[in-house]
Design a binder for this molecule. Structure first.
Ligand code: ZN
Length: 150
């Protein structure tokens, strides 16, 4: 990765950590799931409002490291207005991007989420970045009230 691109990515992560988007309790959510990453101590509660298969609103509360906060902030911003299937697709892409299991992911397709691609080089931080998405996955499946990355 080029240094200037890395700097830009870091700037986006710092910005989302300093000013997390959609950081609020939702009054009447359709889905509410707690996510916990014991490896780092990241905790969050994700709220979704879903109607006609579309994520109308997404917000979160909690506390965690810069990576986990930036990741959930970016995620709530990106999944708003998406269908549940589109959000699941993004979860798959994001998982591939951060774990590198299935080779390179088309960073164009993943848009702004590409700023977190660098965590792949830091295995200890991957769960910080994917916590938000595993929590979203649980919320979309609508079965569990809480998840843990361990
Ligand atoms: Zn963390």
């Amino acid at each position: 990765m080029f240094d200037d691109l890395r700097d830009l990515y870091q700037e986006v992560i710092f910005d989302h950590n300093r000013n997390p988007r959609n950081f609020r309790v939702m009054d009447d959510p359709d889905r509410e799931v707690e996510g916990f990453n014991p490896l780092c101590g990241d905790r969050l509660t994700l709220y979704l409002r879903v109607a006609d298969g579309i994520i109308q609103d997404a917000s979160f509360q909690g506390s965690g490291c810069a990576i986990s906060t930036a990741s959930v902030s970016l995620m709530t911003e990106i999944v708003k207005g998406k269908t549940e299937q589109e959000a699941e697709k993004l979860f798959e892409l994001f998982h591939k991007m951060t774990t590198g299991e299935e080779g390179e992911v088309d960073l164009e397709a993943i848009g702004k989420l590409a700023v977190l691609a660098g965590v792949r080089e830091y295995p200890a931080r991957v769960k910080c970045a994917t916590l938000a998405w595993h929590t979203l996955d649980a919320a979309l499946k609508n079965q569990e009230k809480s998840i843990s990355t361990e």
